[in-house]
Design a protein around this ligand. Structure first.
Ligand SMILES: *Cc1c(COP(=O)(O)O)cnc(C)c1O
Length: 229
């Protein structure tokens, strides 16, 4: 398994480099988050031994068990839906939270981070296609709340994150990613605060996301294989 994970990582890094080249971007500006949810610590060890350091998990309980098994300096990012009653347990495990999807959650993370002494990096999750089933701020909510979010003293807000809806055509997904980038640009213009990062792209669409400005791609199955549910 470990040789396969090493080969997969090398292949993904090459595809990231190719997408950066097509877009005229530096590979230094795109971080690969290896999403290890549902995979055992052994799989993370294999990636770590191949030189990879940044991992993503989507459940706090799973991370409580897995994170202590991996040597430092692994860097863990939380990418799933975060329940407010799990925030206190999550803060010591994760440097970065990709999925701050409501004002209520942002306020809770800020308050608990103050109590516990953390300054997490966060992405604001954006529901770019206004899907009723999906978490995240709509465009209108983001404009309503951006000043409040940016005032939260414990959250280092670095940018926007999105999970686009399933689309039949890849060019539609490209438009979703571009729409998030443009929304970010508008927010920067309105607030004067830099929001340099965009967390966009998974196994099936990370190259499109990079071409449209992603700085953080969250890739799981293309590295670790099919997840067993
Ligand atoms: C699982 C997950 C990923 C990785 O998905 P793959 O298709 O396996 O690459 C990325 N982002 C989020 C939010 C996820 O939950």
């Amino acid at each position: 398994m470990s040789a396969l994970i090493e080969d997969n990582l090398a292949a993904i890094n090459q595809r990231i480099a190719d997408a950066c080249a097509r877009a005229g971007r530096s590979t230094d500006d795109v971080e690969l988050i290896a999403v290890s949810k549902k995979f055992p610590a052994d799989a993370v060890h294999a990636a770590f031994d191949a030189g990879h350091r940044v991992f993503g998990e989507s459940r706090v309980q799973e991370a409580i068990e897995k994170v202590p098994l991996i040597q430092s300096p692994a860097d863990w990012h939380f990418i799933g839906r975060l329940q407010k009653n799990k925030v206190r347990k999550a803060l010591p495990l994760f440097s970065t939270f990709h999925s701050i999807d409501s004002l209520e959650l942002a306020l809770a993370v800020n308050r608990i981070a103050r109590e516990e002494g953390f300054f997490p990096k966060v992405f604001i999750q954006t529901n770019i296609a206004d899907e009723s089933s999906k978490a995240g701020f709509s465009r209108a909510e983001l404009f309503d709340h951006i000043d409040t979010l940016l005032d939260l003293d414990r959250l280092q807000i670095v940018g926007l994150m999105t999970i686009p809806p399933p689309r039949k055509e890849r060019e539609e997904t490209r438009r979703d990613f571009a729409a998030v980038r443009e929304l970010r640009d508008e927010l920067v213009k309105q607030t004067g605060i830099p929001l340099p990062e965009l967390s966009m792209g998974m196994s099936s669409d990370f190259e499109l996301a990079i071409e449209e400005g992603s700085t953080a791609v969250r890739v799981g199955s293309a590295i670790f294989g099919k997840r067993a549910y």
